[in-house]
Design a protein around this ligand. Sequence first.
Ligand code: PAF
Length: 284
Amino acid sequence: MQTVSTLDMLRNATSTLREGGRTLALVPTMGALHEGHLTLVREAKKLADRVAVSIFVNPTQFGPNEDLDAYPRQLAEDSAMLEAEGVDLLWAPTVEAMYPEGFASSISVTGVGAGFCGADRPGHFDGVATVVCKLFNQVRPDIACFGEKDWQQLAVIRTMARDLDLTFPHVDAIHGIATVREADGLAMSSRNRYLTAELREAAGTLPLAMKEAIARIEDGQDVTRSLAALEDELLGAGFDRVDYADLADAMSLEVLTARIDRPMRLLVAARIGGTRLIDNMAVS
Ligand code: PAF
């Protein structure tokens, strides 16, 4: 695996990887890799001839009171994990290379980016859309893989790719990969490591309570009451706050108070011991 940290080196490396018409996949990450990321890499390997992974802790998607400084950084460990997976290229730019003096542009995706985490974390999705657009332009992959765990992020990136006519990768080449879960069902996340053993055990209530709420909704019970019961269950289990627990149209992310005959998604963000956990599941 080749590791590069300047744009010139990246361009040379990607043109070598593309020789002979080979296809290239990109897996954008912020590092602190876990099994969820490695699943994205394995899926990317099935979809393209060569795989590039980016590791960049993007400051513009963190709010002023968020965990940018505390966000885990472990490039050597991440690099060894990617090498073992047979990744071809690691793109690990510095903050200065990504946002040089005078950097003044930002991409804002309204609609799908406005509610949920967009409402709780102002500016977050502008930071995500801008950095992902830069990563696409830098690496010029044929396809890109993102985790479905960040369902709203996936919707924002697909909308950005469609609206800005991005050709690398175009909207159909953005692959959402199913969430990887721990044995108790908790979605894997770099933030899970902030939880003490006690809080980690309590966090396992999140996927269970979501499944119970989905069963009630699919059974025809009132959506608002089913979601209120989900919130009560989380607060009773030790969560400090539920930022949102909503049923939404899976594509437009419009919040629903009753079932519709299109794909739906239950989206939840809840805080436990200062750590904000998000999850989402399909509802039929
Ligand atoms: O999901 C993430 O890890 C980040 O939001 C991403 C897509 C790499 C952009 O910084």
